[in-house]
Design a protein around this ligand. Structure first.
Ligand SMILES: NC(=O)c1ccc[n+]([C@@H]2O[C@H](COP(=O)([O-])OP(=O)(O)OC[C@H]3O[C@@H](n4cnc5c(N)ncnc54)[C@H](OP(=O)(O)O)[C@@H]3O)[C@@H](O)[C@H]2O)c1
Length: 283
């Protein structure tokens, strides 16, 4: 199988390249310097040149607060850019897997979101990804949309790294305790995406590590595992104001992933694996 990955220079893209290595497939990874999602001619050219069996679209403008400040950029990259990839997939006979987000939901459900639940994003990033999902379903009804959340892993800017860095110098760190979701390890997500591609998946699939927590609880676990002395203190979103509002509860139900018989570890085991891997790199 030949697979073309957009966003191969990003955190998830790097995990996809790593997990796909030695699996017998031909993998082509592209970053924004190779092809800009906003340029349909460039996108079509790179897809036509390799005519892949699958396109994996892991590229996006992912800075949630940046999207709020520049919603035009968010829409042009995340919504119109995704549509450009879907057009190229349709023109070249490639299947498409698109990586989306828990932020397409408003966070008011209070129970894990099912794939059948209605989108109702509350920030510009969520609106741009929601718009992408809508466009993709129209252009490429066979596409697979994988919604995930709270990514962490090597090769990117992620929450555990931020907390570990702060803990080096600060005796106390305040973290919001009123947003609940599921942290997800990019290597686990990448492994699941490969299985979904191999299974010829279509439609929406929710894919996160198991379990749920608040950012505060996540930070406590990071500091505990790392054996650090920093004290983590709970705070609220009203106290810690950011440009983009976040959903209060964005846990995604695992039932659509289980339908493909794909199992994924709980977030605590995933965090432990990530910290152990970091340790081997730094020691
Ligand atoms: N991070 C999270 O917590 C999270 C949560 C839920 C869903 N997701 C989704 O998961 C996917 C991967 O996220 P990530 O955190 O791995 O992303 P990331 O580390 O921010 O990487 C973004 C990738 O997109 C590429 N890109 C950005 N703008 C582009 C453009 N105009 N044209 C072409 N490529 C462009 C970047 O290329 P260059 O580096 O070469 O510029 C990079 O490879 C995204 O679809 C994101 O929406 C992420």
């Amino acid at each position: 199988m030949r697979v073309l990955i957009f966003g191969a220079t990003g955190m998830l893209g790097k995990a996809l390249l790593r997990q796909w290595k030695d699996k017998g497939d031909e993998i082509i990874g592209l970053g924004s310097a190779d092809a800009d999602l906003r340029n349909p001619d460039q996108i079509n050219k790179v897809v036509a040149a390799s005519k892949p069996d699958w396109l994996v679209l892991a590229a996006a403008y992912t800075d949630v607060d940046g999207c709020e400040i520049n919603p035009t950029l968010a829409t042009s990259v995340n919504a119109y850019g995704a549509a450009n990839v879907a057009q190229a997939a349709a023109s070249n006979g490639s299947r498409l897997l698109f990586v989306s987000t828990d932020y397409v939901f408003d966070g008011t459900k209070g129970a894990p979101y099912e794939v059948s639940d209605e989108r109702n994003p509350i920030n510009a990033y969520g609106r741009s990804k929601s718009e992408a999902e809508r466009k993709l379903a129209a252009i490429s009804p066979e596409c697979c949309i994988v919604r995930t959340s709270w990514l962490f892993g090597p090769g990117g800017k992620c929450f555990p790294d931020t907390i570990l860095k702060l803990a080096e110098t600060k005796p106390e760190i305040k973290v919001v305790n009123d947003q609940r979701g599921s942290p997800t390890y990019t290597l686990d997500l990448a492994a699941a995406i490969i299985k979904l591609v191999r299974a010829g998946a279509r439609g929406i699939v929710h894919c996160t590590n198991g379990g749920e927590c608040t950012w505060y609880e996540f930070a406590c676990e990071i500091v505990r595992h790392a054996g650090l002395n920093s004290r983590i203190r709970p705070t609220t979103s009203t106290e810690f104001v950011r440009p983009a509002e976040r959903p209060r509860y964005s846990v995604l139900s695992p039932s659509s992933l289980q339908a493909y018989a794909i199992n994924i570890p709980d977030w605590q085991s995933a965090l432990q694996a990530y910290l152990a891997e970091k340790q081997t790199f730094t020691s």
